[in-house]
Design a protein around this ligand. Sequence first.
Ligand code: GLU
Length: 508
Amino acid sequence: MNNKDQVRVRFAPSPTGPLHIGGVRTALYNYLFAKQQEGKFILRIEDTDSKRFVEGAEEYIEEAFNWLGLPFDEGPTAGGKYGPYRQSERKDMYRLYVNKLLNAEAAYIAYDTAEELDAKRKEINNFQYDASTRMQMRNSLSLSKEEIEELIEKDAPYVVRIKVDPNIDITVNDLIRGEVIINSSILDDKVIFKSSDQLPTYHLANIVDDHLMRITHVIRGEEWLPSAPLHVWMYKCLGWEDTMPQFAHLPLLLKPEGNGKLSKRDGDRLGFPVFPLEWTDPTSKEISLGYRENGYLPKAVVNFLALLGWNPGHDEEIMTIDQMIDLFSFDRCSKSGAKFDYEKAKWFNHQYIQFTSDKDLEKQLRPILEKNNVTASEEYAEKVIALVKNRANFIEDLWEQGNFFFEAPIEYDEKTVKKRWKEDTPQHIAQLIEVIESIADFSSENQETVVKKWIASNQLHMGKIMNAFRLALVGASKGPHIFDITALIGKQETIERLQRAIETINKE
Ligand code: GLU
């Protein structure tokens, strides 16, 4: 493949806050397609709207993709020969294309003040600045040469608007939606540049950069579909038809109930994150939940997101990133929105916890252990993980399910005590201690054989003994196989816990 044909895709977020999980899905599809085509995956920061700029948002984006394991080939941090990759650092480049459009009379200068525009909106229902209204406005098309000279003399603030000719069918070729034909009369003469900050707007900067960065495919959310005809129009005005990227507009991520776009409020309402990482708003200090902090494994998040709007053509849902890269295709991206199913996200995470080595899980559990002042060795923690991971959906669950391996119970679940600790229990447990003391081979299997033999030969009730035994070890009626617990905590600790149970349960 020569360089000219190389696929180049970009993820182009505006750093206006934490990155929504829908944006992560967009980036992921860009990544899958780029890797499949042996192309480049580029990060471009669209920060020309200084009013909406939020401190820390760009760093957040980079950190999120590092965590997810989706590295950019080019970008502000990765570098690359088409940089700079922040639009705020490309300011000077845009002016050239504004002038090009003005010279070609494909754009014009408008002097209307905010008040004048407001008044017009009041006067005309559904007012739109376009071919049908522009001559009623104050711009370089409607004003006389003298009037314009006077405005230039006064240094009057202005904007540059793109001049969209009416009644032309504009075709957007979309890899997911096919041909989308829009009549130009419904488009308005969008502002492409403002003199007040000397900055281009999204529409101009976006297509100029796609052109200069040799972008071949624009893969983005459906919410940008309405901008596409204008972008196609602008490509034509700039004489760039031949290098116009192909479009693919991805379906929306919908609320779990399916009515409308998934929002942060849905996450708050239903208790799940809609952002990859936790985010603290720099002004309000409000905290938004993140998948990372909520105990998700990045691979599970990637797998889950890949299937929200695309299907691999088979029923197997668990896929490695290489399989996804292999199978990705726009043909199997859906046109309609994908319902966000949080239970499914949990299911994926549960599956991935099972595939992850105990060693890797231990690394993620360690901060939680430290928070709980547990100093157990890695080896010990890994053994605990092996025993409890099949009950865990999240890293935090490894602690919830296995905490008693690290610290003896200090209290006993009341309901379980009532049900499982009878008058004669202390006496049986005292005998059990003697049996345990006598066991030399403390493997799970051997303990089980010996204890069960003792129960049978003394005609004791198996369930009764075992349930009380568990209560003494765990403090509740949960946990893995009893003899796996005792084998791991060891003989000494087992006996101490049994003794403590006899001494404390029902003794208040
Ligand atoms: N800056 C836009 C955004 O925030 C980019 C849209 C596009 O990909 O063209 O999503």
